[in-house]
Design a protein around this ligand. Sequence first.
Ligand code: 9Z3
Length: 311
Amino acid sequence: MAEVDLVAEFPRPAGATRWAEVMARFAAGLNAQGRRVVLITSGGTKVPLEARPVRFLDNFSSGRRGATSAEAFLAAGYGVLFLHRARSAFPFAHRFPPQAWLSTLRPSGASPSGALSLEADEKALPGFASALRRYQEAAAAGTFLAIEFTTLADYLHLLQAAAQALSPLGPSAMFYLAAAVSDFYVPASEMPEHKIQSSGGPLQITMKMVPKMLSPLVKDWAPKAFIISFKLETDPSIVIDRARNALDTYRHQVVVANILESRRSFVIIVTKDSETKLLLSEEEEEKGIEIEEKIVNDLKSRHTAFMCDKN
Ligand code: 9Z3
């Protein structure tokens, strides 16, 4: 059966062609070094309700899962393609919001060459210097590429382009789909052109279902890759069933199941024939360990096994 282009009905973002080239070059360079590459999607999508949008549908996702996981994957030797919602948590920077450094970093002089010196008490900004160093090492080694999306349409086009860029890597590519992608949208043909008027009374909107991109991703865009999706629920009693349902439907390798309130300290790694609980103890939390380190460790070994199986 001919493949239906599910992405085509969404407006293509400006710059998509250039980003596709940048991603393809990034992936090819790392592939030539024999490095594994992970595509991390992170943050929530924004869905416009009007053609000249004043209002949007958005969601809770902060992007912390994706940003912290990117750091752990870089430490584990992966190349990281970080497809994230603009202004959501960014690797190595998200623990240091402006409030943390505006009052602690002090300009301590500028040299005639234009170099600016900044000073801070190490204790006032713990981890800051090490985060800068780790980010700059990854940037210099060419192992980290960050690309932004804002709307659902941006996300869908960039995901497709990223999948195509990683497709030549076969089983060395991992997809880590942690973004919280809207399930609903208003098609361009049904959008009011102008701002919806409150004088029209209470608002009723009918939204269409967003097609599940996991299906073409697994079947057509990157059929040899190691693919992990995330399942978020607020009701703990249904999350495993929903995760199993996704594995049965899409036939990919792993679902990471999590509950909204406990997502920072508990997840379940679900595969066709296993369920592995990963828990962060209070002691570990106090030491500053994050659950993403455990998730990435676990998935890296599963990825190794997957690659061995394919070779
Ligand atoms: C997740 O489940 C992520 O773990 C979170 C991370 C979004 C909860 P934060 O960004 O939170 O650190 O604040 N992501 C996937 C969520 C999702 O919408 N999954 C779909 C679903 O559950 C399947 S693709 O139906």
